[in-house]
Write a new protein. Structure first.
Length: 186
């Protein structure tokens, strides 16, 4: 197991960077390659994925990001590529907040995560990544349905709900925040 790699960025590709450590250059898959610069000295916390037909490294600037990734891949139906893809569109802190708030809508906007996977992530990780906040995992869906009945477009609703993460909030709290955001866009 390779815990971390320290070296210089030699090459940047759409989904990986090449890190030179002297005599060896490692290919490391990362979430956001645009945050790196050729020649930059970095330390990436890594996870080595070993499959029957492939072996590769996944890397993160912060240990906390790697830890979230490791938790995500323990969820049924979420593999390393899906977890890494999801992390390209969010931060570790926002992901933890969405899980705490039972925000299925936020998780569904991440690449490779559907409604079933989002619910499974909340079910499996809520107590592990968060303080065990209470709340109904269907709150956001209930608010979504209510807003649809009020005549708002689904695209607008999903966009707004994906921005709201109220930990321990009631459906009324979420609805109030959503309505305030929807009014600002009008």
């Amino acid at each position: 197991m390779i815990y971390a790699i320290e070296g210089t960025i030699q090459e940047i590709q759409p989904n990986f960077v090449a890190i030179g450590t002297g005599a060896i250059t490692y290919q490391v898959y990362i979430a956001r390659p645009d945050q790196y610069v050729i020649g930059e000295k970095v330390t990436l916390f890594t996870h080595q994925v070993v499959r029957e037909d492939e072996i590769y490294l996944v890397g993160f600037r912060k240990k906390e990001e790697r830890d979230i990734f490791l938790k995500l891949i323990t969820v049924k139906g979420i593999g390393p590529r899906t977890a890494l893809g999801a992390m390209t569109m969010t931060t570790a802190a926002d992901l933890v907040t969405a899980i705490s708030a039972n925000n299925v809508t936020y998780l569904k906007k991440l690449p490779g995560i559907g409604a079933k996977a989002a619910a499974q992530i909340i079910l499996d990780l809520k107590g592990q990544l968060t303080t065990g906040a209470k709340g109904d995992p269907h709150q956001y869906e209930d608010v979504r349905e209510g807003l649809k009945q009020l005549g708002f477009r689904v695209a607008e609703i999903d966009n707004v709900l994906a921005q709201i993460n109220i930990v321990n909030g009631s459906s009324e709290d979420i609805l109030r925040e959503a309505l305030a955001k929807l009014r600002k866009t009008k």
